[in-house]
Write a protein that binds this ligand. Structure first.
Ligand code: NAD
Length: 420
């Protein structure tokens, strides 16, 4: 089951890129090894008076290009392998977007749904108590991820500020706006993905105002993607899904209604029946649509279903949705994949804007944020497309080539390696 270990997949993708770039074995080893991993035990006083110990991690994968950057997940099934893989992907993502940042990621094994608000606050502060010496605006800057919210970021920033004795707003991003957060962060991941879809559609000659769209996952990334597909392009979103299943309407779904059904009942499958039909997540992936957006989990597009995928564009808002074997099948079929660390880079790009605004103690308006995001995403998309054409490789390999090249260049200039 090596296919399902995220860090094995990250290493496999890196090996593939190292061959294309002809990197020697020493450089490959450095790129496949996280530079620093912290394993912590966080004692938290629970509401009933007991003290419970939670395990946590912070991986600083590579900081050749600047302070490491990456989210913190609170999840009951968190593993060091997942955190490591996500930290590697953050390194390539920041590099691909040409941000002056390296890549990192953190996680705590816990079920936030079982914690009271006070316990969650003590856990958030406890995590910072354990890692504060290793983080900071010039070292490592965390952000929200699965089950961590702007409120959690505010507690963490406050704890770091208390320990260091100064208001360090720039030590963490994804904060509420009133304590140094950035406008435009809420839908930045989906919006950034839209800019890459717009560019891909131009290249493939797809008229987005007539395009059909299916979206797997209807959380932050997926629901914002549905709204923006409609509002920015006038595309028809015909199918959406979540962990309980999906819904389909060939004439297009009422996005507002879907959002309120999801909000009220926690799933889109309770959408009124007369207007739609229920479908499985598997059926959604294989629909005859122009654009398939994955916005749920890793490893959902596999060698088993890839032959049946009919979309012309797959936009990977989720991290790691496509296995390497499926990648090959889809490339052969001519499906245009916008790979995860390009497609979903809008979130970290606006996080970087938040760091810049914190350093300047200034607040850009939302138009400014969106304009700068569009410029960065468009530039990154075209650098990947040009590289894929120049080397005759697929878009994921091309994204790796652009990103890894920049990290290797930085390692060379800093004197970490003498040749590549
Ligand atoms: P979320 O928790 O808000 O939403 C996830 C959605 O996926 C939910 O609707 C959930 O019901 C659905 N889901 C869960 N299991 C499923 C399954 N088996 N089949 C179909 N749907 C399923 O999370 P999110 O923030 O929207 O993130 C989604 C993906 O996008 C993740 O891979 C995440 O790493 C990636 N991502 C998110 C951001 C961001 O800023 N939100 C940034 C970069 C990458």
């Amino acid at each position: 089951m090596a296919e399902l270990n995220p860090f094995d997949i990250a290493c496999e993708q890196l090996d593939d890129c190292a061959k294309i770039l002809n990197l020697n074995e020493d450089v490959r080893e450095m790129l496949k090894s996280p530079m620093r991993e912290l394993h912590v035990s966080i004692p938290v006083r629970m509401d009933d008076g007991r003290t419970k110990v939670f395990k946590g991690f912070r991986v600083q994968y590579n900081d050749a290009k600047g302070p490491t950057k990456g989210g913190i997940r609170f999840h009951p099934e968190e593993t060091i392998d997942t955190v490591r893989a996500l930290a590697a992907w953050m390194t390539w993502k920041c590099s691909l977007m040409d941000l002056p940042l390296g890549g990192g990621k953190g996680g705590v094994i816990c079920n936030p749904k079982e914690l009271s608000e006070n316990e969650l606050e003590r856990l958030s502060r406890g995590y910072i108590d354990m890692i504060w010496q290793f983080m900071g605006p010039n070292k490592d800057v965390p952000a929200p991820d699965v089950y961590t919210t702007p409120q959690v970021m505010a507690w963490m920033m406050d704890e770091y500020s208390k320990i260091t004795g100064s208001n360090e707003f720039g030590c963490i991003t994804g904060k509420p706006i009133c304590v140094g957060g950035s406008c435009g962060r809420d839908d930045a991941t989906a919006r950034g993905g839209m800019f890459t879809i717009r560019e891909a559609a131009k290249e493939l000659g797809i008229d987005l105002s007539k395009a059909t769209v299916a979206i797997q996952g209807y959380g932050n990334a997926g629901s914002n993607a549905a709204i923006l597909c409609r509002d920015l392009f006038g595309s028809k979103v015909v199918a959406i899904s979540d962990s309980q299943g999906g819904i389909y309407n060939k004439d297009g779904l009422d996005i507002e209604l879907a959002c309120s059904v999801k909000k009220d009942t926690c799933t889109v499958v309770n959408f009124p029946k007369d207007e739609t039909q229920k479908i499985s997540n598997q059926e959604l992936l294989e629909l005859d649509v122009d654009i398939l957006i994955s916005a749920a989990l890793e490893n959902v597009i596999t060698k088993e279903n890839a032959p049946y995928i009919k979309a012309k564009i797959i936009a990977e808002l989720a991290n790691g949705p496509t296995t390497p074997e499926a990648d090959e099948i889809l490339f052969e079929k001519g499906v245009h994949i916008i790979p995860d660390f390009l497609c979903n880079a809008g979130g970290v790009t606006v996080s970087y804007f938040e760091m810049v605004q914190n350093i300047d103690r200034y607040c850009w308006d939302v138009e400014e944020v969106r304009k700068r995001l569009d410029e960065r995403m468009t530039r990154a998309y075209h650098s990947v497309l040009e590289t894929s054409r120049a080397y005759n490789i697929n878009m994921r390999q091309a994204a790796y080539v652009v990103a890894v090249n920049r990290v290797v260049e930085a390692m060379k200039i800093r004197g970490w390696i003498k040749f590549s």
